[in-house]
Design a protein around this ligand. Sequence first.
Ligand code: SF4
Length: 505
Amino acid sequence: MATATLQPYRAYSPKPFTKDERGQVTILFGGLHWRAERVLQAVLENLGYRAQVLPVATKEDLLRGREVADIGQCCPTSFTTGNLVNFLRSEAERIGKEEVVRKYVYFTAGSCGACRFGQYHQSYELALRNTGMEAFRMFLMAQNQLDQGAAIGDGLEINLPFTLGAAWAVLCTDVLQNLEYQVRPYEVIPGQTDQVVKESVEYLCEVFRNRPLRGKKWGSLLWHLTTGYFTKALREVHRKFAAVEVDRLRAKPIVKITGEFYLQTVEGDPNHNIHRWLESEGAEIYPAAIAVWLDYLMRLAIQDIEEYVGIDRRARLKVAALKTLQRVYRWQYDRLRHALGGQPPALPDQYELRRLAAPYFHHRLSGGEGDMLVGKALWAYHHKKAHMTCELSPYSCMPNTMSIGAMAGVVGKYPDLLYAPLEIKGDAEVHALSRCQMILTEAKKRAQKEYEEVLERTGLTAERVRGYLDAHPEMKKATYRVRRDGVVGTAANLVLDVARRGGGR
Ligand code: SF4
């Protein structure tokens, strides 16, 4: 008996999403952290679309993804396909399949990457087919093109106002997320940071919903590069954070989150709620900014063209142009983080990451995060950015398996680099978290030791530092910027800060 279909291969080609449908059709999307998703929704609304964020993926979604798509696919694909299918199913029960197909379209990022990312459309198609919803329209947007014209019908125009709005939404919420993670572990009144963040995200949604539109090409680009519209909004967010009182004299380990893009970005079941879990275990998180990924994409493009220097006469010119674009991008990021008092740190230099990773991982291996996982772990170690690195590695992910292998060489050379690679597959949560806890225990000891050494070195006591802070209440505000100087932990840096200000005398 034949077990395989003899039908020829047919690429998934959904019916186009047209301009006339904009008023009735809702664009579904998801897969980032909630702050970025909310503000991206506002960007779409600003451009006249109806948009809805999918709920955060759950373990039920993972099981559904395994059931309706390829069982061997990587766990982010299972989570995201299951998430979409479960949402469509529940909507179909409510309003019927035909109405779901008519009322919604789904947009997600795609590429022809070296990993399964390049086959996402096939996984989604299989899942839709197995759910009896093959007529549902799902579109992949190339992640490396600023202006894609009307490649998917003229319903969604992926033009500069859309792309720039999305990019600025990501940058603004990145810096906000970073400040949030620096503040919450030290808040004096539990829950106050969450409240301020919620208000700030709502406020940013308003700002992006009312974003002035300045044409579809150069006018829009020029406006985004020169406007004070977003920095003014972030200064307002900074003012909101000033209301949060913090006690930064609690010695906590800083944990840098790295890993596969989806797992390091989402906050929920897909990564065992690792951000909240680490905080509840007494850590301060150094989150993974989406902006670093965008910077990496630019570096990849530059690397590609560099290969043609000596072959293509215009290659050098193209490299110079792209490097200028990259510098402008980083300058914009700096403008936004400075609007938040300069507390969110600068982006790591992409060429330094490449150089650090080079002995262990070739920069042309571009699947997943490529050489960045190795580069970021070494960067955090050499620059004293974190006590430990927690790498979230998806089950059945080829690129991450390679970087974890390469990290064995790194840890062999730097045995005191605390590195916790966690294989994430949705289940086996206790196993993954207990592995992390073992390394975290060592990181906690280091943070405490570093704090005590700094007290000894400066001749201060915790009581004297506390007394100084009481006399200088501006230093107890979440918006006070602690200077980072030669040690890792926030408490240790604060003691040095107080000593520098003459607090010991
Ligand atoms: S990087 Fe890994 S987890 Fe992410 S899409 Fe590719 S194969 Fe899947």
